[in-house]
Design a protein around this ligand. Structure first.
Ligand code: ATP
Length: 308
């Protein structure tokens, strides 16, 4: 049995110092919403596995190596010999503007499907986390998400679903009904106010009439709000110097799931979620700045503090 299974596509990220067409230097790492959640949970000490597909290529090897170094188990990652690992190019166009180009159509990650679920379910995860990014990739990915959610719940796992709408992957009118269907299979649904609107739940608490027992609205620097049968609870964001907002939502999910796996109550789940979310915005990169468990209290220290 493991604590958490996170399923989704992890890609190679190439970050160029200037405009891509001029060449020059770049740094290489891995990205993907689900990678951020998995790494975040693993850093907090939970036994965590990734589910999905990578290509039989050097990018796939980088994904495997990076996640293994972060203690994320790869038993449920299938190697696809017929497709390449997805690629994302970031170019710093101006100091404050980054342009992103995705090369993920037909990628190994987008070919993940229901036939790949056996090794994931064999891990007997206590919790399963899915996101709307995976659902956007292909029909087979959508089917795998739905099947995994159903089967994991039957095995007693808590299923969380981050709506994570990516307009570049699918427009709102297509995504809305699909995301709503997946949200209806999850115990916990997490999203932004706009994403709840998109699935026809402008009042997120309305989802509690279906399967979800808790609905969590993340709202950037305004913090987050949870709705369940006991009512509504709000947690303000921590005040930090934000340098890169990307990845905050995934970090938030990692913190929330970590507290859930610890058996913490709703207040502590929200507190840990906003804490890990705040860590993400203080560092460049999607997951690099995520805290270890013994670092969770660092953001409470006064500005300029030196920890010896
Ligand atoms: P992304 O898609 O970029 O990962 P998101 O839109 O899914 O982000 P946000 O609502 O931006 O998610 O952020 C998630 C949580 O992270 C917030 O609820 C908040 O607790 C924390 N957070 C985000 N931005 C800040 C900030 N500027 N300062 C402090 N905490 C923040």
């Amino acid at each position: 049995m493991i604590d958490l299974l996170v399923a989704g596509e992890v890609m190679t990220a190439v970050r160029c110092d200037g405009p891509l067409r001029l060449g020059g230097s770049a740094t290489v790492s891995v990205v993907g919403a689900e990678a951020g959640v998995a790494i975040g949970a693993a850093r907090l000490g939970h036994s965590t596995a990734l589910g999905g597909r990578v290509g039989a290529d050097e990018s796939g090897a980088l994904v495997r190596r990076t996640l293994a170094a972060e203690q994320v188990a790869l038993d449920a990652v299938v190697t696809d010999p017929e497709a390449t690992t997805g690629l994302v190019l970031f170019e710093r166009r101006t100091p404050d503007l980054t342009r992103v180009e995705y090369h993920r159509r037909g990628s190994a990650g987008s070919r993940w499907g229901p036939a790949d679920l056996a090794p994931a379910l064999a891990l007997r995860p206590r919790a399963v986390h899915l996101s709307g990014v995976t659902a956007a990739l292909s029909e087979s990915c959508r089917a795998a998400c739905a099947e995994l959610a159903r089967r994991a719940r039957l095995l007693g796992a808590v299923v969380s679903f981050d709506l994570n709408h990516r307009p570049a992957l699918w427009p709102g009118d297509v995504a809305g009904p699909e995301l709503a269907a997946l949200a209806g299979l999850a115990d916990v649904v997490i999203g932004s106010p706009e994403e709840f609107d998109l699935i026809g739940a402008a009042d997120p608490a309305g989802l509690l009439a279906g399967v979800p027992g808790e609905v969590v609205v993340k709202n950037g620097a305004h913090g987050a709000t949870s709705h369940d049968a006991d009512g509504t609870r709000h947690q303000p964001a921590l005040r930090v110097r934000a340098v890169d907002p990307v990845g905050a939502g995934d970090a938030f999910c990692a913190g929330w799931l970590s507290a859930l796996l610890d058996g913490a109550d709703r207040t502590e789940r929200l507190r840990r979620a906003v804490t890990v979310g705040a860590f993400a915005v203080t560092a460049r990169g999607d997951w690099e700045g995520l805290p270890r468990r013994d670092e969770l209290s660092l953001l409470g220290l006064p500005d300029g503090a030196v920890v010896r």
